[in-house]
Design a protein around this ligand. Structure first.
Ligand SMILES: CC(=O)N[C@H]1[C@@H](OP(=O)(O)OP(=O)(O)OC[C@H]2O[C@@H](n3ccc(=O)[nH]c3=O)[C@H](O)[C@@H]2O)O[C@H](CO)[C@@H](O)[C@@H]1O[C@H](C)C(=O)N[C@@H](C)C(=O)N[C@H](CCC(=O)N[C@@H](CCC[C@@H](N)C(=O)O)C(=O)O)C(=O)O
Ligand SMILES: Nc1ncnc2c1ncn2[C@@H]1O[C@H](COP(=O)(O)OP(=O)(O)OP(=O)(O)O)[C@@H](O)[C@H]1O
Ligand SMILES: C[C@@H](N)C(=O)N[C@H](C)C(=O)O
Length: 468
């Protein structure tokens, strides 16, 4: 984490020391929540939807913070070590950019509608055998999360792997301007946040802002199976940096990185590809064809940094995936739970259904699917599309949760019949139905948008089977 004198911190964030501040005071770490203060940290108060951090600056100092930023338009600053700034969020971002530059770390920025977190985890696992790597924790991928990620990295980090999320134009541009990536990855163009962007082409334009933020001579690694990306890059408005290199990954053989074979097995996927010289087989401890796509993007990053095939194989073995991304949980009772409840959009929903329908079981395959949010005016049709995508020969029961998922159920009934499809808007009723209709031999998929918190229903079913 960042460790600097108070004066240096003030210089990095464009602030001015308050009269009581000791310029030589050592600051270590940056915290934005007064309830999580660490000794000697810099507290950065942010104004949010429910609180204004400035109301907690004095408490933060009392709790052991070494100093606090203070926004000039917030009235009288508290007594003690204060750095006065025009805007605390802008100061946080400026500090992060300065720190990243001072460390000299290489930066890999990862964006895309789906797979940012997964690909970030795979990239990290492939690189860390040869480099000191720091990566985004959880989903800290926005205008606050990315700066905090950077400020938490150690001074001797060699490569920072930073997830960049967005839900509006300009957001990736801001993150890329802060991070100045050496390598930018675009995993795919799906439908996430279509409500705000309006079209998939506009989503592609938003994601390609990462390329425009590359350092000169930087490398863009993008999904070559997605025509919208090439279309947008051909537009006059797209401003590639000087000397930009590019590598395309995907399933089509005209990509630079693509699989020459794939096989699903109980522990994940095995695929063959030409990594450096000749075709090799690699085992990915993750289910789903979509995760092969993510792995191929990560391979392109690893090859750029000269990672050996031996380290690739070791990296895949030690892969630590962030939870709730098609996480396979086999309970003591034998019930298999697919926890894919972190978020959902049509592309990721289909990918999850493909995983469920490809798994072998002596019991039933059960899909528990909740609302997909932020999809815009066509949201009902997107849910109907998923209902029609389910295969009654491969999925046995369908349970839906949420008002939008009623459209999914309506479409599924046409091929499953009413006795195999149940729609709910109450979690307790959904859980009761699952408890009575599922058996310990079943595989049960849970997937919905973050806002549905469907992991609560997964946990309820898990608890039920622990007691039976
Ligand atoms: C500002 C902040 O961190 N807020 C977090 C806080 O929210 P809450 O509503 O409780 O408080 P306020 O925001 O009103 O509080 C303002 C500050 O005051 C501090 N404070 C409060 C009380 C107190 O006693 N002492 C205090 O010091 C407080 O700490 C605030 O700093 O808590 C929530 C629950 O934990 C957090 O969720 C909330 O975090 C916000 C949402 C945030 O942006 N956090 C980032 C660090 C982050 O990266 N979060 C990611 C989610 C990112 C995301 O959604 N990404 C999108 C794509 C980008 C969309 C973009 N348009 C956007 O707006 O984000 C995606 O699809 O992935 C995460 O946590 O996963
Ligand atoms: N390449 C992909 N194509 C389709 N779905 C994917 C892909 N990669 C991951 N997913 C699915 O998308 C969901 C989110 O995965 P992940 O968290 O890795 O993506 P993300 O882009 O970080 O999401 P978010 O925008 O919420 O941060 C999971 O259900 C996961 O299984
Ligand atoms: C976490 C939040 N930004 C998000 O991903 N929202 C979408 C709609 C989801 O919850 O799936």
């Amino acid at each position: 984490m960042i460790t600097r004198t108070l004066q240096k911190i003030a210089d990095m964030c464009g602030g001015t020391l308050g009269s009581a501040a000791d310029p030589e005071l050592e600051i270590s770490g940056v915290i934005t929540d007064s309830r999580k203060i660490t000794s000697g940290c810099l507290f950065v108060p942010l104004a949010g939807d429910h609180f204004d951090g400035h109301d907690y600056s004095a408490a933060a100092l009392t709790a052991g913070a070494g100093a606090t930023l203070w926004q000039r338009d917030k009235g009288a600053a508290p007594e003690g070590a204060v750095i006065l700034v025009e805007d605390t969020l802008a100061a946080l971002q400026r500090m992060a950019a300065a720190y990243l530059s001072e460390t000299g770390a290489q930066v890999v920025g990862i964006t895309g509608s789906n797979g940012k977190t997964t690909t970030k985890d795979i990239v990290t696992s492939l690189l860390e055998g040869q480099y000191k790597v720091h990566k985004t924790q959880g989903n800290f991928n926005n205008h606050i999360g990315l700066p905090l990620t950077v400020l938490s990295m150690s001074e001797d980090t060699e490569i920072a792997v930073l997830e960049m999320g967005m839900s509006a134009r300009g957001e990736i541009a801001l993150l890329a301007s802060l991070a100045a990536p050496d390598v930018a990855v675009i995993t795919n163009i799906g439908e996430s946040h279509l409500l705000q962007l309006g079209s998939r082409k506009e989503i592609a334009r938003a994601k390609l802002e990462i390329a425009e933020g590359l350092k000169p001579g930087g490398l863009l690694i993008y999904n070559g199976d997605e025509p919208l990306l090439a279309e947008v890059m051909a537009e006059a408005a797209f401003q590639a940096p000087e000397g930009m290199q590019s590598v395309r990954f995907g399933f089509a053989a005209d990509n630079d990185v693509y699989p020459t074979g794939m096989m699903t097995h109980i522990g994940g996927m095995t695929f063959t590809t030409v990594y450096v010289a000749e075709e090799r087989a690699f085992t990915l401890p993750l289910p789903g064809r979509h995760n092969v796509s993510n792995a191929l993007a990560a391979f392109a990053v690893a090859r750029h940094y000269g990672v050996s095939e031996a380290n690739i194989e070791e990296g895949l073995k030690r892969l630590k995936l962030t939870g709730m991304r098609i996480e396979v949980i086999v309970t003591a009772s034998g019930l298999t739970l697919l926890n894919d409840a972190y978020n959902a959009s049509p592309t990721s929903m289909k990918a999850a259904i493909d995983v469920l329908q490809s798994m072998k079981t002596d019991g039933k395959r059960v899909a528990v699917l909740g609302d997909m949010l932020e999809l815009g005016p066509e949201e009902a049709d997107f849910h109907r599309e998923i209902g029609g995508y389910l295969d009654p020969a491969l999925t046995d029961l369908v349970f839906t949760y949420g008002p939008l998922s009623a459209f999914l159920a309506e479409a599924a009934v046409k091929s499953f019949g009413p006795e195999r499809v149940s729609a709910f808007t109450d979690k307790a009723e959904l859980s009761a139905a699952l408890n009575s209709q599922c058996s310990s031999k079943d595989i049960v998929l849970f997937k919905a948008s973050r806002g549905m918190r469907l992991e609560e229903t997964l946990n309820s079913l898990n608890e039920h089977f622990k007691q039976t």
